[in-house]
Design a protein around this ligand. Sequence first.
Ligand SMILES: Cc1cc2nc3c(=O)[nH]c(=O)nc-3n(C[C@H](O)[C@H](O)[C@H](O)COP(=O)(O)OP(=O)(O)OC[C@H]3O[C@@H](n4cnc5c(N)ncnc54)[C@H](O)[C@@H]3O)c2cc1C
Length: 390
Amino acid sequence: MDLELSKEDLAFRDGLREVFLGAVPEDVRRRTALGETTREDIVTSQRILNEHGLAVPHWPQEWGGRGWSPTQSHLYSSELQRAGVPQPLAFNVSMVGPIIAEFGSEEQKRTFLPATANLDIWWSQGFSEPEAGSDLAGLRTTARRDGDQYVLNGQKTWTTLGQYGDWMFVLARTDPDAPRKQQGLSFLLLDLNTPGIERRPIKLIDGSAEVNEFFFDEVRIPAENLVGEENKGWSYAKFLLGNERNGIAQVGTGQRIYADLAAASGAIPTEDGLLGHDPQFRTALHTAKTTLLALEATQLRVTAASENGKASPVSSLLKMEGTQALQELIKLRMRAAGSDGMLTGTGEQVRAGDAASVAATQYLNQRKLSIFGGSNEIQRGVIAKTILGL
Ligand SMILES: Cc1cc2nc3c(=O)[nH]c(=O)nc-3n(C[C@H](O)[C@H](O)[C@H](O)COP(=O)(O)OP(=O)(O)OC[C@H]3O[C@@H](n4cnc5c(N)ncnc54)[C@H](O)[C@@H]3O)c2cc1C
């Protein structure tokens, strides 16, 4: 079953497909479908999308937004993911861009927004710290005001793709004496070429090093790089986290994995026949299909209920259920790979392009989905409080 689309929506969808499948190079999409997207792939693809007005459609119109209907926005993300087009860099388009557009000064908008949309600047997210992940407001990195500068000291961790970062948006404590820990935080833009910054890679369970730690020692940030008001950073961070959650569910990616599995399983031999005829496997596939349908409807609901760039609280539900569904599908892909899917070495030793090996590395890599952007346990707390009113 598909969501019923009007003639106009179908024409809109076909226009998107033309760009996604016609303008974004096939090898970039193939690597992305295998989970092997490179930095260059992300940059190439985002610049092509930006050229076609498709990198930041949800931004305010004066900065490249398209003013689409909820259905159009939904079609955009699901078609992009189904086509295997690399997601425009979330740190740029879903996180810092909307914050600058909503709360930044005119000068910050002019300086950063066009370069952020075109990925001329690669942003990193400097929120989490060793003792402040779920309890983000407990962070200890300080930004002391000194004349027309802030002086940054402390540590950030789990910085995804920070090895490519040109700039980082940092949440730091500007008032250590504020009565509540949420009250003394500020949102600052940091050029990662500033002296006093050390970056160390963290090796992950799949053998890759896509996350990093950053250490700051007397790092000077011009005061004009403060976004919005001093000590109001927590409200900007909450705005940003709502949008971050929204993008993690990746319903279109789930649909692509489902379609591949449904097509391939009919030809995969098992001891008792073909995998596609195995009742347990079929039940699991059907469950995944129904869940994806429910998620598609939820995504539409979230998009329709998000106002002025502020995500609806239902995004917590979408994040939790969407990441669980994707992890289940990735497990099914492992099952389909059978003994070929057993990881025999570290990530570096896995043969590129080998679908079975990719299933294993992807399985390990995607454990992160239920942790980052606020763990799924934390989302349950948000749902209880903001949706159920408990
Ligand atoms: C691969 C990866 C990439 C990441 N990328 C970034 C990034 O680019 N930038 C960035 O700033 N951060 C990033 N993060 C950090 C991420 O946001 C945190 O890992 C996450 O918020 C959890 O925090 P924590 O790791 O400190 O775990 P903790 O907060 O210590 O939690 C440990 C466990 O306790 C549970 N728990 C904690 N508090 C509660 C509670 N109140 N109720 C119920 N259960 C609770 C959690 O769910 C979790 O299972 C990334 C994390 C990962 C794994």
